[in-house]
Every structure is written in structure tokens, then in C-alpha cells.
Design a protein around this ligand. Structure first.
Ligand SMILES: Cc1cc2nc3c(=O)[nH]c(=O)nc-3n(C[C@H](O)[C@H](O)[C@H](O)COP(=O)(O)O)c2cc1C
Length: 239
């Protein structure tokens, strides 16, 4: 019994759990909000919406003057906390999450300023976590937003590709999201409960994707390179 418990403890630390995902997003005109609403019908996640501290600002007025000024301030001094617009406090314990999905509107080729504020304050605490990015723009390409995410989460383990949904595609988000989850490998990562259910008296037959048997118990699983494997018939991401 003791041995089984030990094996289980080792296994739990050996598997990249996908059991806990946090979605953090900002949305001014609710396109990203609609996208995230669709996303959370397809995955199990806790969700946080970032809100600017200053209410009622019209970011789009006068040819997007306020949004433009906020982005310029960040571009001019990205390392200064005072360059970032204040946001409402966010009460999340990042240590609880293995994966963070970021939902970002694009502003002037960059990540919307209030979301950059959150990541400026918390991105370093996301080191080693799986990071996935969803971006909404009217038409501009998203490489600048990806650059912002990588600057603000310097040690994130980014999964690619990011999901780019143009504003005009928002109503089609459900199918774009489900395709994307398959492409990034998100839906092949299995929760620990399923792995525990799959084990057979403490033994796990682990195959590489090419079909070679590579491990037979929790201890030998510890030595595996990170990647996708078949554990007792289920696809699992081991890190
Ligand atoms: C301040 C501001 C700047 C924007 N700049 C661009 C831009 O440069 N290129 C673009 O394609 N869309 C731009 N947009 C449009 C948004 O990216 C697009 O409408 C997005 O879907 C908004 O997401 P939301 O509804 O969740 O806020 C801008 C929007 C705002 C408010």
C-alpha cells in the first residue's frame, strides 16, 4: 500500500497536470468577452476579467485618442510601473494554476493597455506555466501582441500557435476555438484523476507516440523527456 501511495505521489509530480487553467482577459467592446464565453463552454477554467480603475473612459473617441496615449506611454517606457494604466485589484493565487490563457484585444498593434498592466504586475509569477494567447483585432496582425506577452511573461512556456480571431469572426469563435485547442495539444493533456483511474495496480504502460514502450511504472516515467505519450491508452503530456 505504501509503495502504491509513493508511486502515486511520484506520478503526480511527474505529470504536467492540466487540471487547473486560469483565463485572464480584458475586453472593451465585448468581442474578447464573447470569445472567452465560448472558450469556457469547451474547457474547465477559472476566469478573471481585468477592469480599468478609471471607469467610463471612451477609448475609441477622437480616433482612439485615449487608447493610443496609453499604448504610447507603455512603448516609451515599458519598464516603468507608472506607464501602465491602473486596474482594479485582482484576487487570484497564480500558484494554483498550471496553464494561463490570455484573452487580449489588439490596440495599435499592441496588447490592450489594461491587460498589459495585469501582466506587468503578475507576468513574472507565471514562470514555467503553460501560456496560451487569444487575440482579437479588427484586421491588424498579432505579432506585436505576442511580443508584449513574451516581454511581460519572460519565462512562460508558450504554446503555439496563438489564436487570432478577427472582430468579424467573433460569432464563429466556437469552431475556431475547438480547432485551436486540438492544434496546441491542449485537449490531449489529461487531468490527474484520469491518469490515476488508468493505472493498473501501480503500473502504467507508457508508449511513445511512435508506439515504442518507454516506461512501466511511475518511477520510470520520471526519466522521460517532456512530450506527448500514450499512458494506458490515453494521450498525456509529460514534462
Ligand atoms: C484603442 C483601440 C485601438 C485599436 N487599434 C486597432 C488596430 O491598430 N488594428 C486593428 O485591427 N484593430 C484595432 N482595434 C480594434 C480592436 O482590436 C477590435 O475591435 C477588437 O475586437 C476589440 O476587442 P474587444 O471588443 O474585446 O475590446 C482597436 C481598438 C481600440 C479600442
Amino acid at each position: 500500500m505504501k509503495r502504491i501511495l509513493l508511486s502515486l505521489a511520484v506520478l503526480i509530480s511527474a505529470i504536467a497536470l492540466h487540471a487547473k487553467t486560469l483565463v485572464v482577459y480584458y475586453s472593451y467592446t465585448n468581442n474578447v468577452h464573447s470569445i472567452i464565453t465560448e472558450l469556457t463552454k469547451q474547457i474547465d477554467a477559472d476566469v478573471v476579467r481585468i477592469e480599468p480603475a478609471e471607469k467610463g473612459l471612451d477609448y475609441a473617441a477622437n480616433n482612439y485618442a485615449i487608447g493610443s496615449a496609453q499604448i504610447s506611454a507603455i512603448r516609451n517606457n515599458p519598464d516603468e510601473a507608472s506607464s501602465y494604466p491602473a486596474i482594479d485589484p485582482v484576487n487570484v493565487n497564480l500558484a494554483e494554476y498550471d496553464c494561463v490563457i490570455i484573452g487580449a484585444p489588439l490596440w495599435w498593434s499592441n496588447m490592450a493597455a489594461p491587460l498589459q498592466t495585469y501582466l506587468f504586475q503578475n507576468g513574472k509569477a507565471m514562470a514555467g506555466k503553460k501560456i496560451e494567447l487569444i487575440v482579437s483585432s479588427a484586421s491588424s496582425g498579432i505579432s506585436g501582441v505576442e511580443g508584449d506577452a513574451k516581454r511581460l511573461i519572460p519565462d512562460g512556456d508558450f504554446l503555439s500557435p496563438s489564436l487570432w480571431i478577427r472582430s468579424s469572426q467573433t460569432s464563429n469563435a466556437a469552431s475556431l476555438i475547438s480547432e485551436w485547442l486540438k492544434t496546441t495539444g491542449y485537449d490531449t493533456m489529461t487531468g490527474v484523476e484520469e491518469i490515476q483511474a488508468a493505472q493498473n495496480n501501480g503500473r502504467y504502460s507508457v508508449f511513445s507516440i511512435s508506439g515504442t514502450m518507454v516506461a512501466e511504472d511511475a518511477l520510470s516515467m520520471q526519466t522521460l523527456e517532456k512530450g506527448l505519450y500514450i499512458v494506458n491508452g490515453k494521450k498525456v503530456y509529460i514534462k
